[in-house]
Design a binder for this molecule. Structure first.
Ligand SMILES: [Zn+2]
Ligand SMILES: [Zn+2]
Length: 157
């Protein structure tokens, strides 16, 4: 996949919350922490980091504040109808938002460049080719640069 059309649409399961990402995402990574496993009901979470300003949301998500395993306060936005969590924002960094790759209508471009909490991964689910990064050493800016260097080209339709 060399070129991905913008905007990128997505949303919750029932359609009450829809979003449009109007510019290229910044970073895609996987997280094997137990919270992500529990929340996703699967082996890991696949997270897409975007600029909040690039995101248009239709509908009224419900927001719940929770603390992440690394100690950050996060605002989780849920669909009030189907309860799918569409969006997360760190209280300390409201200019950035995290979306779950699976909420995009098409996430075939979402290849993770890194994986966190590999020590709690279900062994078969460790992703070949994605660097294992310790959460305390996480440098979103450097990782984002590396991801964008290997990502497809995102362009407005
Ligand atoms: Zn919904
Ligand atoms: Zn996690």
């Amino acid at each position: 996949m060399d070129v991905v059309d913008l905007p990128l649409p997505g949303g919750c399961l029932c359609g009450a919350i829809r979003y449009r990402l109007n510019a290229a995402p910044l970073l895609v990574y996987a997280c094997h922490c137990h919270d992500c496993q529990t929340r996703s009901g699967s082996a890991f979470a696949l997270t897409v980091v975007v600029r909040t300003a690039d995101l248009e949301i239709a509908g009224e998500p419900e927001v719940a504040r929770m603390t992440s395993p690394s100690g950050r306060e996060l605002d989780h936005s849920f669909c009030p109808e189907c309860r799918v969590r569409v969006l997360v924002r760190a209280v300390a960094a409201p200019d950035y938002a995290s979306l779950r790759a699976g909420t995009f209508d098409d996430a075939s471009w979402a290849v993770p460049i890194a994986q966190l909490y590999v020590e709690s991964a279900i062994p078969w689910a460790i992703i070949p080719g994605a660097d294992a990064v310790a959460a305390e050493n996480l440098d979103f800016y450097a990782l984002g640069e590396a991801w964008r260097a290997s990502a497809p080209r995102f362009q407005a339709r």
